[in-house]
Each structure stands twice: as C-alpha cells, then as structure tokens.
Design a protein around this ligand. Sequence first.
Ligand code: MCA
Ligand code: AMP
Length: 501
Amino acid sequence: MSPLSLDLSPDLFPALTEAQADPDGPGAHRPALRFGDRSLTYGELAATASPLAARVAEAGRIAVWATPTLETAVAVVAALLAGVPAVPLNPKSGESELGHIVSDSAPTLVLAAQGTQLPPALAALERLDIDIDTSAPATSLPSPGTSDPETPALIVYTSGTTGPPKGAVIPRRAIATTLDALADAWQWTGDDVLVHGLPLFHVHGLILGILGPLRRGGSVRHLGRFETAGVARELSEGATMLFGVPTMYHRIAETLPDDPALAKALARARLLVSGSAALPVHDHERIAQATGRRVIERYGMTETLMNTSVRADGEPRAGTVGVPLPGVELRLTEEDGTTAVEAYDGETVGEIQVRGPNLFTEYLNRPEATAAAFTEDGWFRTGDMAVRDPDGYVRIVGRKATDLIKSGGYKIGAGEIENALLEHPGVREAAVTGEPDADLGERIVAWIVPADPQSPPTVDELADHVARRLAPHKRPRVVHHLDALPRNDMGKIMKRALTHD
Ligand code: MCA
Ligand code: AMP
C-alpha cells in the first residue's frame, strides 16, 4: 500500500482553479460534467459556478434541491467554492421528512433549477434559481470560508434506528482525504471518465460520483436515471469507470445473458465499483462470467465517507470490501465496544470501528448522538459486524442494529416508517422489518394491527402514505395484518417473532 500524503489545502478542485486562472488554456476545454445532452467543460463550470458562489457567499447555509441534473452539480460546486455548507435535499422527500430536514438544518436559501416547482415545506425559504450561463465571465473568489479544512462542506441526512434522520456534518477535510485515498486505491486520474445513475443527495452519488471526478480533473457522465442501456452506451463510448449500488449490478447481471453489447461494454471498463450495501457473490460471479471483469467493492458510510476498498492493484475477492484505505485506521471490537479483536482468522466477528481524517465532525444539533457514536478515544462505531482474512481483507457479515434496513442501497430506519404508519387512521399498531430481496438486497415489510380488522388498509394505501410523508424508497413493499404484535413481558415488540409462518 502506498502512503498517502494528506492534502488539506483549501483548493478542493485544482482543475477548476486552473481553468479559472487560464480560461483559454487547454485545461479549460477539458470536459467536466455531462448529464444527457447537456455538458460543461472546466472553463464553463468555472464560468457558471463562480458567479453563483459569489451570490451565496454570505448565506449561512444553503439547501440544494438535488435533482439528478447539471444544476445540482453546479450548485454544490458553487457552495464549496464559496465555503458555504450545502444541504442536498432528496426531491422525492415527502412533507414530514422535508419539514424535519429544513427545520433542523435551517438553511437561509434554497437553490433549485429554473422552472422547478418546490413543495410547500420549502415555501418559507428564499429561492435562488440555478441558471447555467456559460457566457458569464468567471468571478474570482477571495472567500475566507474556504481556507479552513474543518469548514462544514455538506450536511447529509442519514437514517438511524429510531426518530427522524440526522444531519451528518461533513467537513472539506473529509471530502478531500477520502477522494485522494480512493485515487490511490483505484489509480483514479484525470483521464478517467466515470458513468453512473446514482441519486445526488447521498455520499455515493454526490461526493464520490460528482466531486470525485472533479477533484481529479476528470469527467463524469450522469445517466439521469439508472438504466443498463445507458451504462452500455457510455462504457462503449469512452467511459472508463462505473459506480453503482448492488441493485444496479444485480439488474446488470440479470440483463447480461440477453445483451451482448452490455457485456462487451463492461469488458472494456477499467474499473467497476459497487458500494452502499453488499453485492451478493452470485451477482459477482454472473458478471465475471459474462464479461471477464470483476466488480470491486468498497465500504463506506455517510459519517465516515470511505473506509475500505479492494484496490485496483489488489486481488479482487468477491464477498469482501478489501483493505483499509490509506489514512484510515480500522479495528474490530468485542461486544464491550472497546476491546480490540486481534485475530485475522476469517472467523472472529467484531464491530468495525474507524478513525481518521475521513470522518464527519458531528450530527447537527445532536451532541448526545454524536458523543454516543464515538468511543472515548475517538473511534467511530459503525455498527457493522465483520471478520478479517489473514491478509487484512475485511468481510462484512452483518449489522448490530436489526432496526436498520438497506434497500436499494438506501439506509432506512424501521422506527421512522413505524411512526409514519401509526399516523394512518387505519393502523392501530405497526412494526417494520427488512427481509431478503434479490433485487433490493432487503425489502421493507410492515406488520400492522388494523384499527378495523374488517377493512384493513391496502398495501398501496400504506405505501402511498409513507411515500408522501417520508420518501418513496421508504415505502413498505409487503404488508401483513395481525391481530396483535408479539410482545415480551415488558411490552416490547419481539421483531424476531415476526415471520410468515
Ligand atoms: C413508486 N414510486 C412512487 C411510489 N411507488 N412514488 C410515490 N409514491 C409511491 N407509492 C416511484 C419512485 O419514486 C420511482 O420514481 C419509481 O416509482 C420506481 O421506484 P422504485 O421501484 O422504488 O425504485 P427503482 O427505480 O427501482 O430504484 C432502484 C435504484 C434506487 C435505482 C437502485 O434504489 C437507487 O437509486 N438507489 C441508490 C441508493 C444510494 O445512492 N445510496 C447511497 C447511500 P422515478 O421513476 O421517478 O424514479 S449509502 C452511501 O452514500 C454510503 C456512503 C455508501 O457506502 O455508498
Ligand atoms: P449510509 O448510512 O446510507 O451511508 O450507509 C452506510 C452503510 O452501508 C454501512 O454502515 C454498511 O452497513 C453499508 N455498506 C456500505 N458499503 C457496503 C459494502 N460494500 N458492503 C456491505 N455493506 C456496505
């Protein structure tokens, strides 16, 4: 493993700075971003993001209506140039989720693409349209906010086991170091062209998928929405890397037998990377068989950004997430949460704890949750359970909390769905679990005691109810009706007793 020198300089995007300084130079003409048939070179990105940065520079915090569009990428780059923290909002968030995020993060402005209609939950915020005008002269940016690596760059909301999502405050330092560690692990350079169709309100799609290529001086082509045809097209037209969640690779594996063009395109890629959840070995093998290429996995978390990866120069090993990234300290701990597991035997299970410059600073407005997330000596408790192979490869074997569900690569707390279901007049009691799903990894299952057993609410009714309040990906896919929920003597719901038979 090569040592990593930490670059904590304030300049997150040297290629953009160069294009700004020399608008006629070759660097300014290099492609940066492409969404469908709209694209920006580094020069054009500088010209459009820097005036926007100047306009938001005085804002305390901004929200970005994070549609999968060029506008979102420009808005986030502008916020980073200005040194103003940005809160990316899922444009499919329902009213109560959005209301919570806006009141918790208290942005002074919301940035949205021109012509986008914003929901009532954002009505009280001042709105600034993102206008992509590449003919405007690039403004230079003397901003004091950009000089401190600890300045919050992004606040990304992530679900916990109970209660509403928490805002993870991610400083500039974490973004720079995680992207540089990945560059080292993946031999990621400015010559790479990334393709993906990930959402832009989470770490995977936004930090790795947009800011990653920009930090390297390379380019990204976003598909707008994930489709195997788009992947095949871009990889056969010069893209070198693909990022996706396991559901996307599962859909690729399903399509491959009938799509030789997709197989050929994947075979040409330099690197196929999966993350956000475990990619089943079966899908790994199907892709390897059809394309001759092995998908590599990396492991991260909103709070920690990236922790481990299979390296481009390492042995790809299905079922593992590779080795700790440069700069990341990783240990497994016993049940007490403080005693380190020393074994590298592929058998001894412990909780993964990490320490390093890739970590978030805090949960916004949640000092107690922040304190509980760390040990006294600064290790972050991930809640993921793993073993280590003799050569250090990490295998994730489970999760400490049963009340966290990973569906389609999204982390979803059972508690927030239960609370939403209980607001439905037809529901008296509710419990939510995750069950294995070939496509989504896990699917959300609701167990409800209907208020009126003669006319229980339908699955569609409850799915719409949750989608409207929280987000469509949090909707239950299956609903079971029960006379009563199984409870222990203390009255606590026994989720392990919730099975079909
Ligand atoms: C369906 N829809 C609905 C309803 N039902 N809308 C309203 N009410 C309903 N009842 C809509 C959906 O919004 C969506 O709209 C469409 O119908 C299909 O929904 P669905 O079947 O749920 O999703 P899908 O299109 O099949 O999505 C699969 C997916 C997606 C593309 C794999 O799950 C995905 O993008 N996952 C990525 C998650 C991710 O990025 N995770 C990173 C976080 P429409 O058709 O308009 O879309 S983890 C992370 O960042 C860490 C650091 C890490 O390690 O990476
Ligand atoms: P999030 O909180 O949405 O950022 O999701 C982080 C969680 O995703 C981690 O704590 C892991 O449980 C899971 N995760 C991310 N990458 C992987 C991977 N490659 N394999 C298994 N689980 C993963």
